[in-house]
Ligand binder design. Sequence first.
Ligand SMILES: Cc1ncc(COP(=O)(O)O)c(C=O)c1O
Length: 348
Amino acid sequence: MTDFDINSLVRPCIQALEPYSCARNEFHGQASVWLDANESPYNAPFNRYPDPLQAQVKAKLAQVKGVEPGNIFLGNGSDECIDLVYRVFCEPKTDNVVAMSPSYGMYEVCAHINDVAYRKVPLRPDFSLDAQALLGAVTPHTKAIFLCSPNNPTGNAIDTLLIERILDQAGCLVVVDEAYADFSSQPSMRHKLARHPNLIVLSTFSKAWASAGVRLGMAFASRAIVELFNKVKYPYNVNCLTQQYALEHLKKLDQLAGWRNAILAERGRLIDALSRLPQVLKTYPTDANFVLVKTVDADGIYAHLCREGIVVRNRNRVEQCLGCLRITVGTPQENDAVINAISNYGNK
Ligand SMILES: Cc1ncc(COP(=O)(O)O)c(C=O)c1O
């Protein structure tokens, strides 16, 4: 996209904001006595505030993800990055965002929290994206379009050429949430940052990197957008335990790939077994670590599974997902348990 001016999208109060300056931001050099931040001198290393800009983690992630450190923002889960899109760009009661529907629930929750209108564009019945309808929903007050690829809860990925068309024509930010992209064969959009200054790509440690408990999410975007996010985030949004953990975890890329491959193999087996059950009307194609399943009775099967101690996600009340359960791919034993339990539903 040409002649895109990020500053024209930023909320005036954020543009004018004098951000909080951390004690450590003002000193550059070697020191052995730290009496600047009212920390305790005891209990090292946890007595010290963490690096507010997570330089070591970003340096390692830059290698792993093939982007510059300056194009990486780290948050307390990618949920923090989603919220920052609103807080930085969307003026409450005035601006809006456009999103495909159904999709990840936090986009809409964050819109309500920030008092920003949320304009939903339904996916087609086969869950493909109607780019024309999406772009048609954009108004002069639209600050961002949220795309989720692969999409939660439908599981399908959006074609990258279609995403590029939207990026070219949108005239606003386009957030591409790639939380599940490691389970897809489609290339990541983060490699297109240089061509699209309005692109924000979200990724997370929570899914293929098997670390939902540590709360670490990533946004890849232009330096200007990363700087705006840094200006608005809590000063120490990623704690020192999480930063240490991430550095160690990123040494285990082979193991992570092994886990992902195991999940992909089980995904095929799970879909195959589920689609043979009379209780299952349809399994939707998936590029993620879950499968959306249309059943004969979602509420009944959900309650039955709960009684068996198996928790899946009931999506029966979600737009276009009538009768659907979303089932995460687990270990072979967990997958056998859910297959067996569903197969027993309704058997006298
Ligand atoms: C599409 C999508 N994006 C983001 C998230 C949240 O990720 P995180 O754990 O990094 O906050 C989820 C969680 O389920 C998700 O499905």
